[in-house]
Design a protein around this ligand. Structure first.
Ligand SMILES: Nc1nc2c(ncn2[C@@H]2O[C@H](COP(=O)(O)OP(=O)(O)OP(=O)(O)O)[C@@H](O)[C@H]2O)c(=O)[nH]1
Ligand SMILES: [Mg+2]
Length: 246
């Protein structure tokens, strides 16, 4: 049994990918559970077998505790963390029948990663757990952004303490040439930035490169459902290419 924690910046496509990947796995014959941990979600494109909104919602906290949206999200994460043992019990009861559990996380990834909830969850789940770290190409306006997003991928891995796959989503928005350029610049080698922060960016990219030689970036379109087979393969590779994921 494998748990997949889908993490990424706001609007990067976490919920859409949860549905697309889950649908693909189901069509391959696997039993899939969906877990929503976003207390701020208005609607979801999949039917969760556990939904944190049954415990807490951002909207209710804002109304009842007079909090702003971010304060309510932090409070919601604290409430979720405090209830984690109970939530895990519920998940485990369902997981017994599942090959995969896909976990959709809150839009504000820093609340999930930098506070207790994310790390506690990733180390408490039974079975094998991996994170799927989304890159939104809309955030890549210059080469320095690439360094920032690659470092973010490392932060996900460091904070959650589990293997992580980097996924460039929304590939349908770009033509093949642009995608190949992304791939080229994401791959090791050839990165050079200029300007005031150029030297720092080059040094950091060198660090990222050195650490990431073993990894590749998977390109998908969660919206069109493309790239799911490649993502599945990358999951196997992240677990030391030991073949069958279940
Ligand atoms: N073109 C395109 N749009 C996408 C893709 N994946 C997601 N989107 C769109 O991006 C927007 C955000 O998608 P979500 O799946 O809600 O993203 P999210 O990361 O769950 O968002 P939050 O939970 O609010 O942070 C929606 O309008 C999606 O339709 C994709 O592969 N291609
Ligand atoms: Mg979402």
């Amino acid at each position: 049994m494998t748990n997949l924690i889908v993490v990424g910046p706001a609007g990067s496509g976490k919920s859409t990918l949860t549905k697309a990947l889950g649908g693909w796995l189901e069509r391959e014959g696997y039993a899939v559970s969906y877990l929503n941990l976003d207390p701020g979600a208005e609607s979801l494109p999949y039917r969760p077998s556990y939904d944190v909104r049954g415990l807490v919602t951002v909207e209710r906290l804002m109304r009842e505790e007079g909090l702003g949206p971010n304060g309510a999200l932090i409070r919601a994460a604290e409430i979720t963390e405090a209830n984690l043992p109970r939530i895990l019990k519920k998940i485990e009861a369902r997981e017994r029948r599942s090959d995969f559990t896909i976990i959709d996380t809150p839009g504000q990834m820093e609340i999930f990663l930098f506070r207790g909830l994310g790390p506690k969850l990733s180390t408490s789940l039974r079975g094998r757990t991996i994170s799927v770290s989304l890159i939104d190409p809309g955030l890549l306006r210059g080469k320095i952004d690439l360094v920032v997003l690659k470092l973010l991928g490392l932060v996900v891995e460091l904070r959650l303490g589990i293997p992580s796959i980097e996924v460039l989503n929304k590939s349908d928005l770009y033509d093949r040439k642009t995608l190949l350029e992304f791939e080229e610049s994401i791959r090791a080698g050839g990165y050079r930035a200029e300007g005031v922060s150029g030297e720092l960016a080059n040094q950091l990219y060198g660090v990222v490169e050195g650490l990431e030689k073993r990894r590749r970036v998977v390109m998908v379109s969660a919206k069109k459902g493309t790239g799911m087979e490649d993502l599945y393969k990358a999951m196997g590779e992240a677990f030391c290419a030991c073949g069958d994921l279940t």
